[in-house]
Unconditional design. Structure first.
Length: 86
């Protein structure tokens, strides 16, 4: 289970980053704690600009709430990132 309480207690975490974190938690698998929504999808579903989502993801990475892994298609093109909830 993901420890969302840690994020709630973190007074340094911005409200936008909290929103993105809760969204990722909701999208992640119970056991794997991973998800792979695109920036565009996150932006649309949480009603933030793509720039705000990128800043929020960077904040979550810096504060060690998530890690990410770049994913690629078979033809070598970029795909959405895989996010791990820590």
């Amino acid at each position: 289970m993901v420890d969302k309480l840690r994020a709630y207690k973190d007074t340094e975490l911005s409200p936008k980053a909290m929103l993105v974190y809760l969204y990722l938690c909701g999208r992640s698998g119970r056991e794997s704690k991973t998800c792979f929504p695109s920036i565009k999808t996150i932006s649309r579903e949480v009603k933030l600009s793509e720039s705000s989502v990128k800043r929020s993801l960077n904040e979550l990475l810096e504060r060690q709430y998530i890690t990410k892994e770049h994913r690629f298609r078979n033809n070598g093109g970029k795909s959405s990132n895989l996010y791990y909830i820590l």
